[in-house]
Design a binder for this molecule. Sequence first.
Ligand code: ADP
Ligand code: MG
Length: 501
Amino acid sequence: MSTSPSDWEVVIGLEVHVQLHTRAKVFASSPWGFGKEPNEQVDPVVLGLPGTLPVVNREAVEKSILFGLVVGAEIPERCAWDRKNYFYPDNPKNYQLTQKDFPVVVGGQVEIELPGASRNVMGEHKFIRIHHAHLEEDVGKLSHAGSGSLVDYNRAGVPLLEIVTEPDLRSSAEAEAFLRSLVAMLTQAGVADCDMEKGQLRCDCNVSVRRRGAEKLGTRTETKNLNSISSVRDTVIYETARQIRELEAGRSITQETRGWNAELARGYVLRDKEDAHDYRYFPDPDIPTLKISRQTVTRLAKQVPENLYDRQRRYVEKLGLPYTAASVLVNDRALAEWFELAVAAHPTNPSGIANLVANDLLRDLAASAGAAGSFDEAAPAPVSLASCPIKPAQLAGLVKLTDDGVISKQQAKEVFAEMFKSGQDAAAIVDAKGLRQNSDTGELEKIVQEVIADPAVAKSIAEYRAGNEKAINALKGPIMKRTQGKANPVLIDQLLRKFLA
Ligand code: ADP
Ligand code: MG
């Protein structure tokens, strides 16, 4: 029997490890940051020296709870840590502190958006369930050079939140969309920075296939340590094809742990799947069970920002924004909040404001800042609004001048560029450049009548009167010329139609 790929369904579950945005490490007081000399950010606890004891970092626990609240999870009354025992030089204690049985976050879901039919069309939305998230410590980094190996413990003890999904994802596109959403939620809530180049987000990707319509899940493989959205996507595509090929050849899938070579764009076997009992997990005797007070949860709930897609729906449905502008804005919380301040200052034209923010402002900010690294190579580089030369109310002022017919939309672009350079108000630039449109009806009426009387345009007038709408445009050039381009185009159009009727 021959089968086609469409006879198979792919099932994906992700385990996302994200470094939390905290000052200190998770069980020790040493700070952590990127780009330090090897072993500069260590202390006796991190190095596992005898006689030291871990102390739980409140900030790390609170960031974890905040994540839980962002995804609508249950925050348990208590959580606890276990020792995952293994012998490897990346961890001087020979165990990693993690949460096996009592994680800090249970359940929750992440809304995702699949690509729409075209750029301007909203795609399908879907919810991916979170199984749980647990707070653990990162381990050191080994580098193998020449005859020996070197170890850097700067990363050891950095707080890692491991977010585990249910096997709800059904395609590489869904996996990509999930990671985009998750990164937006983590960064917008200030839980994590998710900078790929700094290794702040790593992902294990579980993939299985089953016959379409089958209920039982197929045997899965787990590809470890993917550090970008594109490598997750490529792994899913590669594993799906490989597993289907194996099964169709009558072979079975081995449950194994795999690696991914991004350069060769292929996966490889690392080892047989390890089981929980291999690690001899047991409750850590040094860290007492942690009670999570409801006051803490209530306080943190106030820090949860508006959900990305709730904001997107609000922009489209309540503010009337085009879908594309809305989705650009909601991807960057600071930009969205900046936009909303401008709308508050000039509430009658949110789309006009969104257009300038999502296009001109974003472009100029991106050009003036160096692009930063991100887990999502396809996403625009995050911009900083802190040094933005234009204030929201100033942008609102520019849009108002356009809406009032003082300047044309074309001139608004020119004024915008000048505002970005000098930080001046739109009105001051319009005056200094003498851009103010002539909307003096009396004066324009006279000019319009003079132009109509000019025999040079008689042919166009006749054509217009014969029903050729476009012929009227031939009269606009001479009017603009007489007013040095300052005549209000809307008014001119009205006057021409009135006199030629
Ligand atoms: P373990 O603890 O052995 O790693 P879990 O049951 O906790 O296994 O699952 C780990 C991840 O693998 C989860 O994200 C889960 O959704 C995913 N997963 C489990 N079974 C499958 C499967 N058959 N196909 C794809 N993903 C799966
Ligand atoms: Mg696992």
